[in-house]
Design a protein around this ligand. Structure first.
Ligand code: HEC
Length: 115
């Protein structure tokens, strides 16, 4: 009888264990889903950064000079703004990760060989 009770308890806890596992998988999946830097850049940054108002993706020398500050500084300046650069590109609705993804895309011409 004691043994049966133990089995019942195990059977009851199984759905909870499964739910916890599913939650973990979902959390991992959400974290793994990277924001689309190119789409964010096109929608929020290109207006200045492809028109010559801000540093352009084609201006390798300028990008390289900026990149010398270190990527953390670039991220911070993109979040907080600097000079003619508005905080979060002027879109307060962008999350930190979305802004970082757009910064990564902006600098990809010098951080990657392809693209
Ligand atoms: C209103 C125009 C404008 C928009 C929109 C804009 N930028 Fe900028 N950005 C600039 C200008 C101008 C500079 C040069 C800043 C300076 O040094 O005066 C700049 C500079 C930067 C820099 C270099 C900062 C540094 O360290 O000097 C980064 C990184 C950057 N922008 C990222 C972004 C991203 C990402 C977006 C979109 C989410 C964005 N910008 C949207 C105008 C803009």
């Amino acid at each position: 009888m004691r043994r049966r009770q133990g089995l019942w308890r195990l059977a009851w806890s199984l759905p909870f264990a499964l739910a916890a596992l599913l939650g973990l998988i979902l959390a991992f999946h959400l974290q793994a889903a990277q924001p689309d830097g190119e789409a964010i850049f096109d929608a929020n940054c290109a207006g200045c950064h492809e028109s010559g108002r801000g540093p352009q993706r084609g201006d390798i020398e300028r990008l390289a000079r900026l990149y010398d500050q270190g990527v953390e500084t670039l991220y911070a300046n993109a979040l907080n703004g600097t000079g003619g650069m508005p905080a979060r590109g002027g879109n307060a609705a962008l999350s930190d990760d979305e802004v970082f993804a757009a910064v990564d895309y902006l600098f990809r011409p010098i951080t990657a060989q392809s693209d």
